[in-house]
Design a protein around this ligand. Structure first.
Ligand code: PGA
Length: 275
């Protein structure tokens, strides 16, 4: 039994407009009717198994409406939310704007934001601190590049990213304790490449992250924090990854876009909780 529960999150990235969003949920509901066992539904209703989709900005409102009809609880998260509540920040949305749509979850510091849009550990920290103080659940992403791993720098990079991107202890400890801050380890070389980290590589990185959390926020906060693995997860490798003691869930891109693939990951989450 995984003491921290399991979170399966589907990052749609820049995919699925309005029609596709409605179609996704209609099909997911149908598949779930046949595919989810009563025991799976209990885990979902209790929140021991959490499911989230992370659509692009224009599909958020539709996703919230459709998720309500999915037949089991599905949380909708925003991909990128600014730290200020309003102002001259072209292209961004704020926490209150996301709230207005019924959204209480946000992804922060994804490596694509870092690679293509200048996101840094500092901006990731500002977003996390602000969103946590506004009551959001935050999934904060870290992970090394291929060159960094090959140079044997994975541990240093993760420590540096955590030290820059985690909220200041005073500003984040409460959120750790109530489980609102979730960390996602996403090695950049594994994202969208088909090169999944081995369960051993994922477990090693997750142990390191948990140790860093312990040093910064204490044993209790560290022990309660869900750590997700992301990077070329699919229904073939999900069970093995979820079997790792420090892998508390999955952040999935490509394999989350189709309802059948996504439901298979939710089922893997349920299996990992039954073991
Ligand atoms: P992938 O993406 O599953 O397509 O590798 C994961 C992510 O970027 O969150």
């Amino acid at each position: 039994m995984k003491s921290r529960g399991v979170l399966i999150a589907g990052n749609w990235k820049m995919n699925h407009g309005l029609q596709e969003t409605s179609g996704f949920f209609a099909e997911l509901r149908q598949l779930a009717e046949a595919g989810l066992k009563p025991a799976d539904r209990r885990l979902l209703e209790q929140g021991t198994l959490l499911v989230s989709v992370i659509p692009p900005m224009t599909s958020l409102e539709r996703a919230v409406a459709e998720a309500g009809k999915a037949g089991f609880p599905v949380q909708v998260a925003a991909q990128n939310v600014h730290w200020e509540k309003s102002g001259a920040f072209t292209g961004e949305i704020s926490g209150p704007m996301a709230r207005e749509l019924g959204i209480g979850w946000a992804l922060v510091g994804h490596s694509e934001r870092r690679q293509f849009f200048g996101e840094t550990d500092e901006t990731a920290r500002k977003r996390s601190e602000s969103l946590l103080s506004q009551g959001f659940r935050v999934i904060l992403c870290v992970g090394e590049t291929r060159a960094e791993r090959e140079a044997g720098k994975t541990a240093d990079v993760l420590k540096r990213q955590l030290s820059g991107a985690l909220p200041e202890p005073g500003k984040g400890a409460a959120a750790f304790l109530d489980g609102r801050l979730v960390l996602a380890y996403e090695p950049v070389w594994a994202i969208g490449t088909g090169l999944t980290a081995t369960p051993q590589q994922a477990e090693e990185a997750h142990q390191l992250i948990r140790k860093e959390l312990w040093d910064r926020f204490g044993l209790e906060a560290s022990g309660r924090t869900q750590l997700l693995y992301g990077g070329s997860v699919n229904k073939e490798n999900a069970d093995q990854l979820l079997a790792c003691p420090n892998v508390d869930g999955l952040l999935v891109g490509g394999a989350s876009l189709k309802p059948d693939g996504f439901l298979a990951l939710v089922q893997a989450g349920a299996r990992s909780l039954a073991n």
